[in-house]
Design a protein around this ligand. Structure first.
Ligand SMILES: Nc1ncnc2c1ncn2[C@@H]1O[C@H](COP(=O)(O)OP(=O)(O)O)[C@@H](O)[C@H]1O
Ligand SMILES: [Mg+2]
Length: 287
């Protein structure tokens, strides 16, 4: 992967010149309040700031699937609002399970999980739509509707989760503009490259203005340059105030970006570092 030389490994990218972004598609919306309510323009909160409350926390969480596979064991972690976290670990380590627990696609077998001050492990089903509206999620395989246009894919997400939306078209256009795809609005997924399809998926996940953005191996099907563009976009989303958790195998990206790294192995958190790398010195077992 060749990364732009202008990107420093420093975690405060607030002063990064706009033209340091290599792919030109990232925009700076005039109305930051719109995208990230309550976040002052230009303010980047450091994860280590003790005044920030965790927006996500796991307390002694275990997950055993019905077939007996133990996917998570005694997971304890806190993720602060506006943090950017890489979740790393070999295939089968438990990364996707952790993501599925956060949207309550799966329930924890024991322990407690809080999202934005609410215990989701005890949340009744009827309240799940409200939980999921606070979370945007993308996956390795994009999951776009193949027979729907880009605009319809993004609009559909909004119609399902928030029926009766006003200004639907404007919201769809805004989300596509953020990911730099406003000129592809009437295209179908198979007319787009993989990177463009992932950006449509990101627009769809952003359209409800979530406070938390989960990306499960979002660059898993993309070449290094395209992957880098997707990561830059997630960093920009984070920069505007959204908490981002990215599960990944992409060692180059993790080592270059130098953000918080939570490593999982066999369902356990084995490492949690503020400006981490994919592998710790001497470690050879993850990924
Ligand atoms: N629905 C499921 N039923 C049974 N076992 C599962 C299920 N999903 C995942 N697993 C198992 O749980 C473990 C963790 O998987 P997963 O969370 O997908 O890991 P990762 O995303 O890090 O590759 C693996 O052993 C996997 O085979
Ligand atoms: Mg996975």
């Amino acid at each position: 992967m060749h990364a732009p030389t202008t990107v420093s490994p420093s975690r405060d990218d607030g002063d990064r010149p706009r033209d340091a972004v290599p792919w030109g598609a990232i925009r700076q919306p005039e109305d930051l309040e719109e995208l990230a309510p309550g976040v002052a323009r230009g303010h980047v909160a450091l994860a280590a700031d003790p005044t920030l409350r965790p927006i996500i926390s796991f307390h002694g969480v275990e997950k055993t699937y019905p077939n007996g596979t133990v996917a998570l064991r005694d997971v304890n972690l806190g993720i602060n609002e506006r943090d950017f976290v890489f979740l790393v670990g070999a295939s089968g380590a438990g990364k996707s399970t952790l993501v599925r627990l956060l949207i309550r696609e799966e329930g924890a077998s024991s322990g407690r999980i809080f999202v934005n001050g609410t215990e989701i492990t005890r949340m009744p089903r009827r309240r799940l739509p409200k939980l999921r509206r606070q979370i945007g999620i993308v996956f390795q395989d994009y999951k776009l509707l193949p027979r729907s246009t880009v605009a319809q894919n993004v609009a559909f997400a909004l119609q399902v989760t928030s029926p009766g939306q006003r200004h639907l078209r404007a919201k769809v256009e805004e989300a596509l503009w953020i990911v730099g795809l406003e000129d592809k609005i009437e295209k179908f997924p198979d007319e787009l490259s993989g990177g463009e399809q992932q950006r449509v998926a990101i627009a769809r996940a952003l359209v409800h203005k979530p406070r938390i953005f989960l990306a499960d191996e979002p660059t898993g099907n993309l070449d290094p340059d395209t992957s880098w563009g997707i990561v830059q976009l997630l960093l920009q989303i984070n920069h505007r105030g959204t908490t981002v958790v990215m599960a990944t195998h992409n060692r180059e990206v993790v080592d270059l970006v130098r953000r918080r790294v939570i490593a999982i192995e066999g369902g356990r958190v084995v490492r949690d570092e503020q400006e981490g790398q994919y592998l710790k010195d001497g470690e050879a077992t993850i990924g």
